[in-house]
Design a protein around this ligand. Structure first.
Ligand SMILES: *Cc1c(COP(=O)(O)O)cnc(C)c1O
Length: 535
C-alpha cells in the first residue's frame, strides 16, 4: 500500500485540464492536468499552483503562403471561482498584486491560478501570454508562480508537506521557502537544508537549450533573488544561473520522465555538485480523458475491437472533413502525427525521400494527418510547419495538416488513426505521452526507441520500433540511419500487416491496449511519486 499522507503542492506553469481552458501549451501541461485529475480520482492529498493566462499559448494560423503565424486572443474563463485571496510579490522593486482563482470542475483536485491582470497593478501583462517571452518577462512570470504561489498557499491556509516543482520554472518557490526560514533567524545554509527536505523536482527536457538560464544581474534586478545575495545565487544555480541546476540543488530528490530519460539526465547533469539524485518515473495518462472505454472493453473480449476502432476512425474522418474540407478513405491506412514542431522531433522526416514516399501517397496507400505548433520564437520549428503544409497542398488527398493543435485534435487523432508515428532523434524525447494515448486506443505505435517506447515496445507484437536505438552526435548520420530503418519497417512490416494480414493487425491492437492500459494509467505514476519521490 502506498502511503498517501504527504500533502503535496504541485507547481507548474501550465495545466491542460480541458480544451476550453487555454492554460496549456503542450506535453508538460497535459501531464500536469492528467496528474491533478488522477489525484482526484484516487484521493491523493494534493493541490496545484499555476497561472491564469489571459491569452494562453499562441493560436496557430496559416497564411496564404502556407507559413504559420501566431495569433492571440483574450479568454474569458468565466468558470473560475474567485477565492477572495490576493497576495503581493515584488518585481523590479514594484509591488505586484496577484489575485488567486480556483478551478476544480474538470474532475481535478483544487488548482489555484494566480492573475496579475488587475487595475491596481502598474503592470498587468505579466500573466498575459504563456511562454511568450524568454528574458525579464519570463522571470516576472516565474516570480508570480513561485513566490506568489507559496504566499497563496499561506493565505489560503493550505498545509503543505511537499513542494513539487514540475520543471525548473517553479524554482523561485524554493527561494520563498528559504526566505521564510531566514526571516525566522535561520542561516542561509540551514534554510537551504530545511527547504531541501520538503522539495522535489521533475526535469523534463534533455535538450540543453530547453533548460532556462539567466544572468545573475538580471535575477537581482528583477528581485527574483528574494533577499539572497549574488554569492548565494551562484552557489545554488551557477553563473549564468541555470534554473534546472538550481532545482536539482534545492530538492531532496528529482525524477526524469522515463527510464532512458533518467540515464540521459544523469549524464547531462553529472557535473553538478550537491545535486539530488534523478530517479526514473515514467509518465502516465489520465485514461478517462483520452481513452475510449469501449476499446478497453473490446480488448477484453467484450465487443468487436475492429468495429469499435472503425467508429473512431470515421469520427476522425468526419472531423477532418469539417475542418479542412477533405474526406479521407476509411479503407486506407491513416498515420497520425501530432506534436510540437521542434527540429529534434523531425515532423517531416517521412517525406525525406520523395522517390520512396510519392508512390505511397499518390496511391493513397498511406494517408498522413499532421498537427503541431512551433514555439512562437522558434523559426526552425515554423519552417517545419511550412514544409508540412506544403506537402498537404501537393498531396491534398493523402496529406492533411490540422491547424492549431490542441486537446481536441490530440484526442481525435490518438483515437482515430491506425498508426501513431513518432521519430525523434534518440535520446532527445523525454517521454511522449501521445503514444500512450494511441496505444490504449488500439492505435499502433511506430516509433524510434526514444522516450517511453523502449520500455513498452514488443516489436511486431504491440507495435513497431525502427532504428534499433542507434545514437550519433552526427545528426546527418543519425537521420540517414533512421530513415532507412523507417522505410524498411514501413514497407516490410507495417503495410503488409495492415493490408494483407487483418487478423494479425487486430491481435496487435489488442496487445497494444492490454500491455499498456494498467502500467501507463495515471494511478501507477501517483503511486510512484508518493512512494519514491515524496516519502
Ligand atoms: C498528449 C498531448 C501532448 C503530449 O504528447 P507528446 O507525445 O509528448 O507530444 C501535447 N499536446 C497535446 C494537445 C496533447 O494532447
Amino acid at each position: 500500500m502506498v502511503k498517501k499522507e504527504q500533502r503535496v503542492a504541485y507547481f507548474c506553469m501550465e495545466y491542460g485540464l480541458d480544451t476550453k481552458m487555454k492554460t496549456y501549451a503542450g506535453g508538460l501541461g497535459i501531464l500536469a492536468g492528467d496528474y491533478l485529475k488522477g489525484a482526484k480520482d484516487h484521493d491523493f492529498p494534493m493541490v496545484g499552483i499555476g497561472i491564469k493566462w489571459k491569452q494562453g499559448y499562441t493560436d496557430q494560423r496559416i497564411d496564404d503562403e502556407g507559413k504559420p503565424y501566431d495569433a492571440y486572443h483574450n479568454y474569458d474563463y468565466d468558470f473560475l471561482e474567485d477565492t477572495g485571496v490576493k497576495v503581493t510579490v515584488t518585481i523590479r522593486r514594484q509591488d505586484i498584486v496577484c489575485k488567486v482563482w480556483k478551478v476544480d470542475q474538470f474532475g481535478n483536485v483544487p488548482l489555484y491560478l494566480l492573475d496579475t491582470d488587475l487595475p491596481e497593478n502598474p503592470e498587468t501583462w505579466i500573466t498575459g501570454q504563456l511562454y511568450g517571452w524568454f528574458g525579464e518577462e519570463r522571470i516576472a512570470q516565474e516570480i508570480v508562480l513561485g513566490i506568489g504561489g507559496v504566499k497563496a498557499l499561506r493565505a489560503l491556509g493550505i498545509d503543505t508537506d511537499i513542494y513539487h516543482f514540475n520543471e525548473g520554472h517553479a524554482l523561485f518557490a524554493g527561494f520563498e521557502l528559504m526566505k521564510e526560514k531566514m526571516d525566522q533567524g535561520a542561516s542561509f545554509e540551514s534554510a537551504w537544508e530545511e527547504t531541501k527536505k520538503e522539495t522535489v523536482f521533475t526535469t523534463h527536457t534533455p535538450v540543453l537549450q530547453g533548460n532556462e538560464s539567466h544572468p545573475i544581474e538580471r535575477l537581482m534586478y528583477m528581485g527574483a533573488n528574494n533577499g539572497l545575495t549574488v554569492e548565494q545565487l551562484v552557489e545554488l544555480g551557477g553563473a549564468p544561473f541555470n534554473m534546472t541546476v538550481g532545482a536539482l540543488r534545492l530538492s531532496k530528490k528529482s525524477n526524469a520522465v522515463a527510464e532512458l530519460h533518467s540515464e540521459t539526465a544523469n549524464d547531462m547533469w553529472s557535473h553538478v555538485e550537491g545535486r539530488s539524485e534523478i530517479i526514473p518515473i515514467t509518465n502516465c495518462i489520465h485514461r478517462p480523458t483520452w481513452v475510449d472505454e469501449k476499446m478497453l472493453k473490446a480488448a477484453e473480449g467484450e465487443g468487436d475491437l475492429w468495429q469499435e476502432h472503425m467508429k473512431n476512425k470515421r469520427d476522425l474522418i468526419d472531423f477532418i472533413e469539417d475542418r479542412n474540407g477533405i474526406r479521407l478513405d476509411e479503407d486506407k491506412m491513416i498515420i497520425g502525427f501530432s506534436r510540437r514542431a521542434a527540429p529534434y522531433k523531425r515532423s517531416d522526416f517521412i517525406f525525406t525521400d520523395e522517390e520512396v514516399i510519392a508512390p505511397l501517397l499518390e496511391s493513397k496507400t498511406i494517408q498522413i494527418v499532421f498537427s503541431g505548433k512551433a514555439h512562437p520564437l522558434d523559426d526552425n520549428g515554423k519552417k517545419i510547419v511550412k514544409s508540412l503544409v506544403k506537402m498537404a497542398k501537393q498531396y491534398p488527398e493523402s496529406v492533411i495538416f490540422l491547424e492549431n493543435y490542441d486537446m481536441t485534435i490530440g484526442k481525435m487523432l490518438t483515437r482515430g488513426s491506425d498508426v501513431w508515428l513518432n521519430n525523434p532523434r534518440r535520446p532527445k524525447e523525454a517521454s511522449g505521452t501521445s503514444g500512450m494515448k494511441a496505444a490504449m486506443n488500439g492505435v499502433l505505435n511506430f516509433s524510434t526507441l526514444d522516450g517511453w517506447w523502449p520500455e513498452a515496445c514488443e516489436h511486431g507484437v504491440n507495435g513497431w520500433q525502427f532504428g534499433d536505438g542507434f545514437e550519433s552526435d552526427d545528426e546527418a548520420e543519425l537521420d540517414r540511419h533512421d530513415l532507412k530503418a523507417l522505410y524498411k519497417v514501413l514497407k516490410e512490416e507495417v503495410l503488409p500487416t495492415y493490408y494483407e494480414n487483418h487478423e494479425k493487425w487486430v491481435e496487435m491492437m489488442e496487445a497494444s491496449i492490454n500491455s499498456t492500459k494498467e502500467y501507463y494509467a495515471i494511478k501507477r505514476m501517483l503511486d510512484d511519486y508518493y512512494s519514491k519521490l515524496y516519502q
